[in-house]
Design a protein. Structure first.
Length: 240
């Protein structure tokens, strides 16, 4: 357990400092662009941006890729087991996603209060009435994308680039097949039922109300599936 604690601390602390570098760069760029456009247009009335969380999403996706590429070889060579490496990586994803979700929740709601024209990612979908669910949804959303990219990198490392390309082609074919099924095979009633189910999974009820628990549960299930898949792959991952 001592080794597990040390590896979790290592993973979290080495990533922690980059959060503030990311936010400093992001807000500096947004501020510079806003000032530049405002000066050019001669007014700041219609100058602004929306959904800054997308930038965080890109950052955590990169984090998901680097979660394997940067540390796996070093940690394996230092005697850590694959199980410990996996647990530490997931802990890092949760640690970083939790902090960034908190920052984005606070900043997004403050910017909406200051400027009603600004919309955060969560606010645009579910409104601004529940700060905790805002944070929880963003947290799970970020962890899901971290886990997805982590799983993809693990699979690529496990099967090799050539087979990964074939798998990508097969995946694209499956997507096209699903689209064709919806357009030409499934009945209108079945399509409507599927769409209603997906909308309810996202929290949008048929009576027009919003259920804040369902989207969080949906993301939790997705994270769990991706996490189980990642663990199954990393157990058989060789050092390359």
């Amino acid at each position: 357990m001592k080794n597990l604690k040390s590896i979790i601390q290592y993973e979290c602390m080495t990533s922690f400092k980059y959060i503030w570098i990311f936010y400093a760069i992001q807000y500096a760029i947004v501020g510079l662009i806003t000032i530049t456009i405002g000066l050019i247009m001669g007014t700041f009335e219609d100058v602004g941006t929306n959904c800054l969380e997308i930038n965080t999403l890109i950052y955590v996706c990169v984090l998901g890729v680097l979660g394997f590429n940067e540390d796996f070889k070093m940690l394996i060579q230092n005697g850590f087991t694959r199980k410990y490496i996996y647990i530490a990586t997931i802990a890092m994803f949760c640690f970083i996603s939790g902090i960034m979700a908190l920052v984005d929740t606070v900043v997004g709601n403050m910017m909406h209060l200051i400027n009603n024209n600004y919309s955060s990612l969560y606010g645009a979908l579910y409104g601004y009435d529940n700060l905790f669910m805002n944070w929880l949804w963003l947290f799970l959303f970020y962890v899901a994308f971290c886990s997805l990219l982590y799983l993809i990198v693990l699979v690529i490392n496990r099967v090799g680039k050539n087979i990964s390309i074939y798998l990508g082609v097969v995946f694209g074919g499956v997507i096209l097949l699903i689209i064709a099924l919806f357009r030409y095979v499934f009945s209108a009633e079945l399509v409507r039922d599927i769409v209603e189910f997906l909308m309810q999974a996202m929290g949008f009820m048929t009576d027009g109300t919003i259920n804040y628990i369902f989207p969080a549960l949906t993301l939790f299930v997705i994270v769990a599936i991706l996490g189980i898949g990642s663990y199954a792959v990393i157990r058989r991952t060789e050092l390359k």
